[in-house]
Design a protein around this ligand. Structure first.
Ligand code: GYE
Length: 330
C-alpha cells in the first residue's frame, strides 16, 4: 500500500517546487512576495508528538521545530504526550478546539484514531501523519503520511542475522512501544529477513523504546537465560544502549558474547557500533520536518498530494559507522 516515491532531498525539492508554484498563483496581488512564498498567511499548526523516549525522537522533534518556524510561515503549537495515547488524543482535541489550520500527529499506537480524526474532519481541519502509521477504517480521515519503512528496516536487520548466524542461535528481542507501527512492522520485517535461519527466539518483551527499560528488561533476560543468549535484536538504538549496561554488569562482553543488531542509527548507536559493542545498525531517518512542513502547506492550499511518502534508509557495518560518525547530524 505504501508507495516508495521520492526520498530525502528529492522529496523536499518536489514539494517545495509545487508549493512555490501554488503560492505564486494564489497571491497574485502581491508581487513583493519573493521566491520563498513569504507573503502567505501564517499557518497555525498543532503537532502531537509521541513523547521524548529516544535519541531518534529528540532529533525528530528538533527537525519539526526547525521546519515549522515563524520564519517559514508557521506558528507551531507543540505537544509531547509522554507516550500515553489518551494524552495524545486529548492534545489533538485541544488543537481542534483552538481552531488550528492543520494538525500533524506522530501517532503513538496504530489503533484508536477513528473518533478524533472524524472530529477533525467535521471541523474542517486537515490532518497529516508523520513518522508512524495508523489503522483507520476510512483513509480519507487523514490527508497524507510521511515516514520511514519500518518493515523494510526490520527485514534488513533480519537479513543480517540470517547471514551472520548459520549454526543454532538463541535470540532475545527488545520490542518498542506495544501497539506502535514500528514495533509491529519491525517484528514482521525481521521474521521475513531472517527466513529459515536456525535462530530461536528465547524471549521478546517491550522496552518501550527507552534506555531505562531496555536495561531493565535485558537484566531480566540475562537472569533467565544467561550465557545461552547469542544475539539481541533491539528495535531501537536506545534500548540496545540500555542493554549494554546490563550485559556488562552480567560479566559478558557486548558485541562478542552477545551480538547486537539495532535500528535508528543515531549518533550514539553508531558510536556503539564503531566501538564494537553493537554489530549492525539499520537507519531510520528522523529528519522529516522540512518534508512535513512542505506537505502541510500543500494540503492547506488544497493541492493534490500522495497518500504516502517514504524516506530511504541505509544500514551500517562497523567500518561504515566509523566513516559516517564525523558528519552524523543526530
Ligand atoms: O525508532 C524510536 C522512537 O517511531 C520510528 O520511535 C520511530 C521510533 C524510533 O522512539 O527510537
Amino acid at each position: 500500500m505504501r508507495k516508495r516515491l521520492l526520498a530525502g532531498l528529492a522529496l523536499v525539492g518536489a514539494l517545495a517546487l509545487a508549493t512555490a508554484g501554488c503560492s505564486g498563483s494564489s497571491s497574485s496581488g502581491d508581487s513583493t512576495a519573493g521566491a520563498s512564498g513569504g507573503s502567505a498567511k501564517q499557518l497555525t499548526v498543532g503537532f502531537a508528538q509521541t513523547g521524548s523516549e529516544s535519541g531518534w525522537r529528540a532529533a525528530n522533534t528538533q527537525s519539526m521545530k526547525d521546519a515549522f518556524s515563524e520564519k517559514n510561515g508557521f506558528k507551531l503549537i507543540f505537544n509531547a504526550a509522554d507516550n500515553k495515547q489518551e494524552a495524545q488524543i486529548a492534545a489533538v482535541r485541544s488543537f481542534i478546539n483552538q481552531g488550528v489550520d492543520a494538525i500533524v500527529i506522530a501517532p503513538i499506537t496504530v489503533d484508536g484514531w477513528d473518533d478524533v480524526l472524524k472530529e477533525a474532519k467535521d471541523a474542517g481541519i486537515p490532518v497529516v501523519l508523520e513518522d508512524r502509521t495508523i489503522n483507520v477504517s476510512d483513509k480519507s480521515l487523514y490527508a497524507s503520511w510521511i515516514g520511514d519503512d519500518f518493515e523494510k528496516e526490520g527485514e534488513t536487520a533480519g537479513a543480517w542475522a540470517k547471514q551472520t548466524f548459520t549454526g543454532a542461535t538463541n535470540m532475545v528481542v527488545l520490542e518498542g512501544t506495544t501497539g506502535s507501527a514500528p514495533a509491529i512492522d519491525r517484528a514482521t520485517g525481521f521474521a521475513k529477513g531472517m527466513g529459515s535461519a536456525p535462530i530461536t527466539t528465547l524471549d521478546s518483551q517491550t522496552g518501550n523504546f527507552t534506555r531505562a527499560d531496555g536495561k531493565t528488561v535485558m537484566e531480566g533476560f540475562l537472569q533467565k537465560y544467561g550465557k545461552t543468549i547469542n544475539v539481541l535484536f533491539a528495535q531501537n538504538d536506545d534500548m540496545g544502549l540500555g542493554a549494554l549496561d546490563a550485559i556488562t554488569a552480567a560479566g559478558l562482553v557486548p558485541g562478542k558474547d552477545i551480538q547486537i543488531v539495532s535500528i535508528d542509527a543515531t549518533h550514539d548507536g553508531l558510536q556503539a557500533l564503531s566501538d564494537g559493542k553493537f554489530n549492525f545498525v539499520v537507519e531510520c531517518n528522523p529528519l522529516l520536518g522540512d518534508q512535513v512542513a512542505q506537505l502541510v502547506k500543500k494540503v492547506v492550499a488544497g493541492d493534490p498530494v500522495e497518500k504516502a511518502y517514504t524516506a530511504t534508509d541505509q544500514s551500517f557495518t562497523q567500518a561504515q559507522a566509523t566513516a559516517a560518525l564525523p558528519d552524523r547530524k543526530y
